[in-house]
Ligand binder design. Structure first.
Ligand code: IPE
Ligand code: MG
Length: 226
């Protein structure tokens, strides 16, 4: 979900106006995702490095997350969305931490879409934390503590980097970089990215013929990078 600030600056608006428009984009994409075959969607909302931003912007973002989570709750529940927040929780403002708990509890039995929102998230920190829980970390035991493997990662806003997002889970992700600023990203862009994804040959290190012997492709686990 990158590009909110630039979207706003191009319109002569304050950065927070871009974040508000970005929240509208989240709603559109979350509503479109199940119809496009997406079962797991991870959104990068706030990275652990985003604390380096000016305190006013950080505070406004935290308040926007809190309000958006609560105001979307009924809709998310009605649509069968299960919300899950990934990242550290101990540094979130108390009001946001409470909203996160409420949203997770209220949507726990959603089965249509697993919506994972990364807030105060760092992939390196998640991997280190998982490793600390294991006497003998192996690729299997670490994978069990981390998130599901990502099939498709889309980063908006024209940057071409991962910025500490799902580094483990993206081992074999297909990467798509879009010039679109996040507030302008919509269902048609998502459809186009999925079309491109479907056209790619995924070999997972094997040879083309061996890869083609697999059965049905798994449902897409898209990740939209903030
Ligand atoms: C992404 O938009 C939203 C967050 C990181 C919270 P940016 O704020 O990174 O927007 P740009 O990159 O400055 O345009
Ligand atoms: Mg950015």
């Amino acid at each position: 979900m990158d590009g909110n600030g630039r979207w706003a600056a191009r319109r002569g608006l304050p950065r927070i106006a871009g974040h508000r428009a970005g929240a509208e984009s989240v709603r559109r994409v979350v509503e479109a995702a199940p119809g496009l075959g997406i079962g797991v969607l991870t959104l990068y909302a706030f990275s652990s490095d985003n604390w380096k931003r000016p305190p006013e912007e950080v505070a406004a973002l935290m308040e926007l997350f809190r309000r958006h989570l609560l105001s979307e709750l009924d809709r998310l529940r009605a649509n069968g969305v299960r919300v899950e927040i990934i990242g550290r929780r101990d540094r979130l403002p108390a009001g946001l931490a409470a909203a996160v708990e409420a949203a997770e509890a209220a949507t726990a039995d959603g089965r249509v879409l697993r919506l994972r929102i990364a807030v105060d998230y760092s992939a390196r920190e998640s991997i280190a934390r998982a490793a600390r829980h294991l006497a003998e970390p192996t690729t299997e035991s670490l994978a069990a503590l981390l998130g599901p493997p990502v099939d498709l990662l889309i980063r908006t806003g024209g940057e071409q980097r991962l910025s500490d997002f799902l580094l483990w889970e993206c081992a074999y992700a297909e990467l798509i970089f879009s010039e679109r600023m996040w507030p302008d990203f919509g269902e048609q862009d998502l459809r186009a990215a999925l079309r491109e994804f479907t056209g790619r040959e995924r070999r997972f290190g094997a040879l083309p013929s061996a890869a083609a012997c697999g059965s049905e492709p798994p449902p897409v686990r898209a990740s939209l990078r903030a």
